[in-house]
Ligand binder design. Sequence first.
Ligand SMILES: Cc1cc2nc3c(=O)[nH]c(=O)nc-3n(C[C@H](O)[C@H](O)[C@H](O)COP(=O)(O)OP(=O)(O)OC[C@H]3O[C@@H](n4cnc5c(N)ncnc54)[C@H](O)[C@@H]3O)c2cc1C
Ligand code: HEM
Length: 397
Amino acid sequence: MLSPSTRKIISATVPVLEQHGTTITSVFYKNMLSEHEELKNIFNRTNQVQGGQPTALATTVLAAAKNIDQLEALLPHVKQIGHKHRALQIKPEHYPIVGKHLLGAIKQVLGDAATPEVLNAWGEAYGAIADIFIGVEKQLYSAEGWNGWKQFEVVAREPQTSSITKMTVKPTQESGLQVETLSFTPGQYITIKTHPTNHNNKYDALRHYSICSSSSRYGLKFAFKKEVTGGHEGLVSTYLHDSIKVGDVISLSAPAGDFALDKTLIKQDTVPLVLLSSGVGATPILSMLEQQIESNAQRPIAWIQSSFNEANRPFASQVEKLLAKCANATAYITNTESMPRISSQYLSDKITKGSDIYICGSVQFMQDMLQSVRQLGIEEQSIHYEPFGPKMATVSV
Ligand SMILES: Cc1cc2nc3c(=O)[nH]c(=O)nc-3n(C[C@H](O)[C@H](O)[C@H](O)COP(=O)(O)OP(=O)(O)OC[C@H]3O[C@@H](n4cnc5c(N)ncnc54)[C@H](O)[C@@H]3O)c2cc1C
Ligand code: HEM
């Protein structure tokens, strides 16, 4: 429990630190990664260059500090971040390193205003926040499907579009895992540890990929899009797309994430299910569709899928076959060539009040869709989503 005087200091300094969020973040990462080169094997290298996602960590600490009187309000976010940390194999011993460099960055930014009292207060606050994360992550580690990184062999590659490939992997004999006993909840992702040699890369690179089937009967299936932005190729997706072949071995950590169908609603037929995705964001949504149909094909379903154009729509024939098994499902297929952004007006006659909604796609798509479904007056507890990027970018705390 933090003392009232500590809280007072934190509250007084949060606004000025928030103003300098970008400086704090860049000082923090630069210093931490130059002192701990080994962490370059964990943190996303492209984010370091672009300065995108790294802001998530520092800004979340600031957000937590802002809510220092009611840290329990942050618990749902901590759980979601904790899943990512567990998937990346972040351990309690990493927290003091982050704490030291975050405090160092605060000191540098505040300059003379960083009195010993201020730094002590921030040290205490970081400790309290880190303890919450470590506690949540301890529970996630104790429930993880397997410990650490295990080797899987690529047994199939199936192109879905010119840039999206579905991959099936099975545990190697040395991993000690059996394919029949791999368990996950549809909507979850696996995390891949690769060591790409493209882009002059020297470090391990970790990335999350959503599982795109509802069972592991024939292996774990996921699909990735070769990302290219303004001529810049994504590090891992390009490596997977261009260099990883059937028979190659990759390392995975156990399935993670809390994006999952509401179990209490799967068996009933009165709450319609809305599955809304864009591009490769259809992966976890497809897994959920399979799960719903296996459990109850009577439930009303609206499948809303956006892609660049029809040629770039992943899983098209698979979705068609699955929806044909449903008593009451409708597919709404749009493309960004003719409709760049799905509006609330477009959704208004497709999403009935009282529906349970699952959304997946890029952070930008998520921000747009959250705005659109909220405009329809859908209750917050019925909106579930997984951005293919930092989730904190889509919430306000
Ligand atoms: C929970 C979760 C689930 C996910 N599931 C999936 C999934 O099922 N399928 C899937 O395909 N992806 C998924 N992702 C995204 C995936 O984890 C990777 O982020 C994605 O594959 C890009 O990784 P990369 O290494 O190829 O790109 P990075 O190297 O990390 O680059 C990120 C982006 O920046 C661009 N870029 C690189 N360098 C520059 C530069 N200098 N200037 C401008 N832009 C640049 C790249 O083109 C790319 O678009 C998921 C993400 C999360 C968080
Ligand atoms: C209290 C301390 C911490 C907070 C508040 C925090 C917060 C966050 C947040 C918000 C994200 C983005 C999650 C998302 O994608 O939705 C994230 C990702 C990540 N965190 Fe943490 N984190 C903390 C500690 C740590 C520690 C100790 C490490 C390891 C040294 C770490 C490593 C990472 C990595 C590697 C990512 C993925 C993003 C990237 O590669 O750049 N975090 N963290």
